[in-house]
Write a protein that binds this ligand. Structure first.
Ligand SMILES: Cc1ncc(C[n+]2csc(CCOP(=O)(O)OP(=O)(O)O)c2C)c(N)n1
Length: 367
């Protein structure tokens, strides 16, 4: 089965709703494999291995100057894959810049996923057909969009759920508060998934909030808060799936805090050795979500070495194909960025547009 097929397969039947008081620590969650059939666990593994290869390849593109920027989710593949597979294809995702692997898992073409990071002001895919908003760079604004869309769907009787992704740092933004408050009051069918990867660029969580956990914040809005191990794909899948079905049944939003770690720097433009203690990433690497699932599946006999090697080879081939497709130059018209915002360009933008037009003409690319 392809990654795309894996991403669009129907979720497993609903289990008990994870609601009520927050769990004290990720380890306190229920046995994760319960209720997720082996073939589905295998699909998750495959999607995570492909996601890791995608992170590696996109990071290489950024180093080669073929992408303007790439925010890697290496170390967070369990959050990305588990969440994307836990909702229905008709449910809406509201991703941040970090969610490329979730979009890939959903079945969106990898070249389209990377379009925004190439410097195009539009995302490469059609948000309406993909049921996926453009990857959001302003922190937390996507939470408001998710709450609004979900509430509108609720009023229209459309049984869809919005899954809003957000980082730990962005929970300090006013838009996060406003979106959770609105969604809870309106019983909007939203799942807010916080990937607590410990840092907002260089700011550690302890400087971001005085709350004991981010999941604790849910109580203040009157919604369930769930804290899970974000490096365990089955816990992520289960928690998001249960929260989505709870929302679909009319019981309103849930806040999920997935505790994880960003192994790579914030983006290729950032030097993480300046703010992270040496050795910290190594401690988390021992909890690596891809290795962990591989170990579990090997131990359970769901996977054998030969199959794992085959999946690794397929992921390498996927990355190679992406690299080949990415050598084609972008097709967008650079002059497009000056259109459709101002009826009359202000003098500084007029000057820039004239300069760009002259450069394009000199390159033989002008109109
Ligand atoms: C409203 C707003 N303020 C500041 C920024 C600059 N900025 C970009 S990413 C980032 C850190 C976000 O950290 P977090 O929410 O933890 O997400 P992560 O990058 O770790 O996934 C900041 C401050 C921004 N994009 N938007």
């Amino acid at each position: 089965m392809t990654v795309l097929e894996a991403a669009t397969a129907a979720p497993a039947p609903a289990g008990p709703v994870t609601a009520g008081p927050v769990t004290a620590a990720p380890a306190a969650a229920a046995p994760a494999a319960a209720g997720v059939p082996p073939d589905r666990q295998l699909l998750m593994y495959r999607a995570m291995v492909v996601g890791r290869a995608f992170n590696r390849q996109a990071t290489a593109f950024s180093r080669q100057g073929r992408l303007a920027v790439y925010p890697s989710s290496r170390g967070q593949e369990a959050c990305q894959v588990g969440s994307a597979l836990a909702v229905r294809p008709t449910d809406w995702l509201f991703p941040t810049y970090r969610e490329s692997v979730a979009l890939l898992t959903r079945g969106i073409d990898p070249v389209q996923v990377l379009t925004l990071f190439r410097g195009d002001q539009h995302c490469g895919y059609d948000p309406v057909t993909e049921h996926t908003a453009p990857q959001c760079t302003p922190l937390a604004t996507q939470c408001l969009h998710a709450a609004g869309l979900a509430d509108a769907a609720r009023m229209a009787g459309d049984p869809i759920v919005a899954l809003a992704y957000i980082g730990d740092g962005a929970t300090s933004e006013g838009d996060f508060h406003e979106a959770l408050n609105y969604a809870a009051v309106r019983r909007a069918p939203v799942v807010f998934l916080v990937q607590n990867n410990q840092y907002a660029i260089s700011v550690p969580l302890a400087k971001q909030t005085a709350a004991r956990t981010l999941a604790d914040k849910a109580a203040g809005y009157g919604m369930p808060g769930v804290r899970i191990d974000g490096n365990d794909v089955l816990q992520v899948y289960r928690a998001v799936h249960d929260a989505a079905e709870r929302a679909r049944a009319g019981h309103g939003p849930t806040l999920i805090e997935a505790v994880t770690y960003r192994i790579d720097a914030h983006t290729n433009a950032d030097d993480d050795t300046r703010y992270r203690p040496a050795g910290e990433a190594d401690v988390w690497a021992a909890q690596d979500p891809v290795d962990r699932l591989e170990r579990d599946l090997l131990a359970a006999g769901v996977l054998d070495r030969a199959a794992a090697d085959g999946i690794a080879a397929a992921a390498d081939a996927f990355a190679g194909e992406l690299s080949a497709r990415f050598s084609a130059p972008p097709t967008g018209d650079p002059m497009q960025m000056f259109r459709h915002v101002y009826h009359h360009l202000p003098p500084h933008l007029r000057e820039q547009s004239e300069r760009l037009a002259a450069e394009l003409a000199a390159d033989g690319q002008g109109d």
